[in-house]
Design a binder for this molecule. Structure first.
Ligand code: MRU
Length: 309
């Protein structure tokens, strides 16, 4: 699996995901400011991976309080970022902590991928959105890990990959990962999903998450909510895969999740534009939340509280 980051030579090295799949270039980060910039500009992205990058960024800090502030504010939606920085502030050795969180993420991905694979029907034609694979976590991936495990167990026939406007994490990153794993896939425009579902070509939807509120509302890459609505319309199960560190019991519901607004120039050149990076899928549209602590089912207020404990 391609990994998004590594620690070497007293620095954090980040695989520059903005340049994939054309080029595999590594960025050296020597300070928390370098790491915050890599997170802000999406050189490293995906909720668990930005949490890990921030944890390593804390290991580069001379002033840990200032570094925490800088790293936490790099992106607002993924709770893994604030979670990892908070863990680091409590640690005596920030580098050892970052390495531990990295190992825990690998283990969480492995466990949840196996459990998630069981949810897919035999011969599944799955649809996914954005990138929730190894590049997004530092392990096997969450939704991507589920697809990989399902493929290894012979349960997966094919993956429809939403291209994921406007930055094409699906077309550039997920398709690249699936290709390297030898998993049959085709990229589709985001707006093709409804037509494919209506034709009976989609059996299951699996996506990742950036933050899951106490009631089970899920923030993920913009375009996830319309997919969930379409899945309900067509009677297709909609599963979310995420580590426990993405659960946010302190945020009561999706309405309180901060949604990142990015530069309008990513969407339109010259015209006014609104560039929302995430949306919120209400819990009632989510069939299950697959975590390393088990497969959570409604009522989510209870299952999430138990998993977060
Ligand atoms: O803006 P991005 O590319 O960081 O958005 C990533 C997503 O929305 C992923 O689905 C999410 O972070 C889960 S990654 C395991």
């Amino acid at each position: 699996m391609s990994q998004p980051l590594r620690w070497e030579d007293d620095a954090l090295w980040v695989l520059d995901q903005r340049r994939l799949p054309a080029e595999e270039a590594w960025l050296r980060c020597d300070s928390p400011a370098d790491v915050a910039a890599a997170i802000r500009t999406l050189a490293v992205r995906g909720a668990p991976a930005i949490g890990l990058a921030a944890a390593y960024g804390m290991a580069l800090a001379s002033d840990r309080a200032a570094a925490a502030e800088l790293l936490r504010s790099a992106r607002p939606t993924a709770v893994n970022l604030a979670w990892a920085v908070g863990r680091s502030l409590q640690a005596d050795d920030p580098l050892a902590l970052a390495e531990r969180l990295h190992a825990e993420q690998r283990e969480a991905d492995r466990k949840l991928s196996e459990m998630g694979a069981e949810l897919l029907p035999e011969g599944a034609r799955a649809l996914t959105h954005c990138n929730a694979g190894a590049l997004a976590t530092g392990g096997l991936g969450t939704a991507g890990g589920v697809l990989l495990a399902a493929w290894e167990h012979g349960r997966l026939a094919h993956v429809w990959v939403d291209e994921t406007r406007p930055l094409l994490q699906g077309a550039r990153l997920t398709a690249w990962e699936l290709g390297r794993a030898g998993i049959p896939h085709r990229v589709i425009t985001d707006s093709s999903a409804g037509g494919l579902m209506a034709r009976g070509d989609v059996d299951v939807v699996v996506v990742g998450a950036d933050r899951i509120a106490a009631n089970g509302d899920v923030a993920n890459k913009v375009g996830t909510y319309p997919l969930a609505v379409l899945a309900e319309r067509h009677g297709i199960p909609f599963h979310v895969a995420a580590p426990v560190s993405t659960l946010d019991p302190a945020t009561p519901s999706g309405g309180e999740i901060p949604i990142e607004e990015r530069d309008p120039s990513e969407v339109a050149s010259g015209s006014p534009a609104l560039n929302l990076a995430f949306d919120v899928t209400p819990a009632e549209l989510v069939a299950s939340i697959v975590t390393e602590a088990g497969v959570l089912r409604p009522p989510y207020a209870e299952s999430i509280a138990a998993a977060a404990r």
